[in-house]
Write a protein that binds this ligand. Structure first.
Ligand SMILES: *Cc1c(COP(=O)(O)O)cnc(C)c1O
Length: 379
């Protein structure tokens, strides 16, 4: 008998509903006191000075570029093994994404290949902490310091990650987070960005509201200023109070939710480690994996067949990711050579992500592990 195990089921419940209801019963709906509270609680959790709430991680990555004056004529070094947003945000800023191949064991950007791509147009490095495994930020930040480059982290998978005692945002100019529907914390659609100074935070707050210098709350609050000015060009990327309110209780639950995903990952590992046809991305020593995605790598020529059998068994599984440079828009625009990034291409053809979220039951995880193990053995 087939079960249905969805790829993801959110765990939002009583405390989030209560928080949203409180906002609906109040005066303020858009960016206001709840957003300010979320920003400070989130900054505290990350041990960063400031965070700024935004409408998405894509917006955060875009603003990280524009706030640092990265634009036309500039290059940003990043990984091809990520969601398209990592590269489209660079294009939105008017700059060019320059890809570097990935580490065959983790799937993260290969730190040792970055230097070869640095030239006079290079303005920043933008690593992605793939699946929740942090990149070697000590190594990358040193490289950026030496070459006078900005460092922007795509931490969409990695709120909880630690590596060598370093957390997202700690060694970079900005870390960017996503609260999209399937991420570790979610409000449907949302994002945030870290800032290391009040000046940087103020700039980001202005850029998220058309470059207008006063936020709505300040204009309509206790001492209303009737006048506003627009000094710089910005976008409409603010996070509202409704969404911010449901993020606050989730921050308090991050540790316990991570523990639940760690238990699921450990269980999957214990089954799959006996299957020589399944490889798991490496967890490097001295690190805490944020366990956003549980991904297996199978033989590239068998992946599609395995994936469709998994789906036919009622298990939600997805591909993270089809390498960005192989997608039509990018391959047309930049005319990459065949096998230009061989490791990213190999992993892109091997990868299958399985359900891993706190609401997954013990029966469900067992069904997923046993079914996937059997399908891969027979393939
Ligand atoms: C989800 C995701 C994004 C985009 O996040 P949005 O909030 O949807 O803009 C960017 N990078 C990675 C690695 C992601 O997984």
């Amino acid at each position: 008998m087939n079960k249905t195990v969805e790829f993801y089921r959110h765990g939002l419940g009583g405390s989030e509903k209560k928080a949203v209801l409180k906002v609906l019963n109040s005066l303020f709906l858009t960016t206001g006191p709840q957003t300010a509270k979320f920003e400070s609680v989130f900054a505290e959790n990350l041990n960063r000075k400031y965070t700024v709430g935004l409408s998405s991680c894509t917006a955060a990555l875009h603003l990280a570029c524009t706030a640092n004056r990265i634009g036309p004529g500039d290059e940003v070094i990043t990984t091809p093994l990520s969601y398209v947003a990592t590269a489209t945000s660079i294009l939105q800023a008017g700059a060019k994404p320059v890809f570097v191949d990935v580490d065959p064991l983790t799937g993260n950007i290969n730190e040792d290949l970055i230097s070869a791509k640095i030239n006079s147009r290079t303005k920043a490095v933008l690593p992605v902490h793939l699946y929740g495994m942090m990149c070697d930020m000590k190594k990358i930040s040193k490289l950026c310091r030496i070459n006078n480059l900005k460092l922007i982290e795509d931490a969409a998978h990695c709120i909880e990650g630690v590596r060598d005692g370093i957390r997202p945002g700690e060694l970079s100019d900005h870390a960017c987070f996503s609260f999209y529907a399937t991420k570790n914390m979610t409000c449907g659609e949302g994002g945030a960005i870290t800032a290391n100074s009040l000046k940087a935070a103020k700039l980001l707050k202005s850029l998220r509201s058309h470059g207008v210098s006063k936020e709505v709350q300040q204009r309509h609050g206790k001492n209303p200023g009737y006048f506003y000015d627009m000094k710089i060009f910005g976008w409409k990327y603010n996070l509202d109070d409704i969404k911010s309110s449901m993020m606050i209780p989730q921050i308090a639950k991050l540790d316990i939710q991570l523990k639940k995903r760690q238990q699921i990952a450990a269980y999957y590992d214990s089954i799959f480690k006996n299957n020589s046809a399944i490889q798991m991305p490496a967890v490097v020593p001295n690190s805490t994996h944020a366990r956003h995605l549980y991904t297996i790598w199978v033989h590239p020529r068998k992946r599609n067949q395995i994936l469709s059998q998994i789906l036919r068994s009622g298990i939600g599984a997805v591909i993270n990711y089809l390498p960005i440079h192989t997608l039509t828009y990018f391959s047309n625009k930049y005319k990459y050579k065949k096998k230009e990034f061989p490791e990213a291409e190999r992993i892109g053809a091997s990868t299958i992500s399985l359900p891993m979220y706190p609401a997954l039951t013990v029966d469900e995880r067992k069904y997923v592990a046993m079914t996937v193990d059997r399908i891969v053995r027979k393939a």
